[in-house]
Design a protein around this ligand. Structure first.
Ligand SMILES: Nc1ncnc2c1ncn2[C@@H]1O[C@H](COP(=O)(O)OP(=O)(O)OP(=O)(O)O)[C@@H](O)[C@H]1O
Length: 237
């Protein structure tokens, strides 16, 4: 994958991991994963249940510290950062979409989507304007004043996608992002994620067990028992 001019200058990928290992008791969730994600890259992390997909996403985003190995964002080692630095990174440079929205229950949709923008220093008016525009793109603008408890699971999920994309993150981490959505809205969300990569040259790390969803990404990383294995060619997985 070709890098953007700024990255060609620095030669530093957005994300890189080297020999990532994560052990939970006797379970080896990751067993030596090397990965590079460039600007403009979209990768699908696929594999069967328990193969380590979510753990890899969590390590690459600094949510989980590896037992061994290292992970870097733009050349900065995630595990030598302070908690505050990692939190700022997750708020400013990363966008997260999980299977279930995880919205703040006390806040309205508009406030949920504005929150990170406000924490990143954007004024209330512009933050709400941006939030409203994302809610519109996701087809949930009419829910702006509702709290998560007053929305369906799928509506909450679309609000969560708006929240993840509003700060224009460098990396979008999406873990089964369409699990709570019907087909049409699932396609809307995946199209939006891919469009972001194309238009802004950010990167997408998409965890899924579904080949149709993985096909939205340009590249597949297949995990088996915590290791990257070559993709199956032609044969159904
Ligand atoms: N917090 C944890 N404590 C203990 N074991 C864990 C923890 N998180 C993951 N594991 C184990 O690590 C292995 C990899 O889990 P992970 O969730 O990364 O897999 P996955 O491929 O995302 O699975 P799924 O598709 O079912 O979500 C599994 O055996 C799982 O049980």
């Amino acid at each position: 994958m070709e890098s953007s001019p700024s990255h060609k200058q620095s030669g530093t990928p957005l994300l890189r991991s080297e020999q990532l290992r994560v052990t939970y008791g006797l379970t080896r969730a990751l067993d030596g994963v090397d990965l590079t994600v460039e600007r403009g890259d979209s990768i699908a992390i696929i594999g069967s249940s328990g193969s380590g997909k979510s753990t890899l996403l969590h390590c690459l985003s600094g949510l989980v510290a590896p037992s061994e190995g290292r992970a870097w964002f733009t050349g900065r080692d995630l595990n030598t950062m302070s908690d505050a630095e990692r939190s700022a990174l997750r708020r400013q440079r990363f966008g997260f979409v999980f299977q279930f929205g995880h919205l703040v229950p006390e806040l309205t949709a508009l406030e949920n989507v504005s929150l990170n923008l406000r924490l990143n220093g954007v004024g209330r008016g512009p933050a709400e304007e941006t939030a409203r525009s994302w809610l519109r793109d996701l087809g949930v603008e009419e829910l702006a004043r509702r709290r998560p408890g007053e929305m369906s699971g799928g509506q909450q999920q679309r609000v969560a996608v708006a929240r993840a994309l509003a700060p224009e993150p460098d990396v979008i981490f999406a873990d089964e992002p369409t699990g709570a959505l019907d087909t049409a809205n699932g396609e809307l969300v995946l199209d939006l994620l891919v469009q972001q990569v194309r238009n802004r040259r950010c990167a997408l790390v998409l965890v899924t067990h579904d080949d149709k969803i993985a096909a939205y990404a340009e590249r597949e990383v297949v995990l088996r028992d915590g290791r990257v294995v070559p993709p199956a060619t032609g044969a159904p997985r």
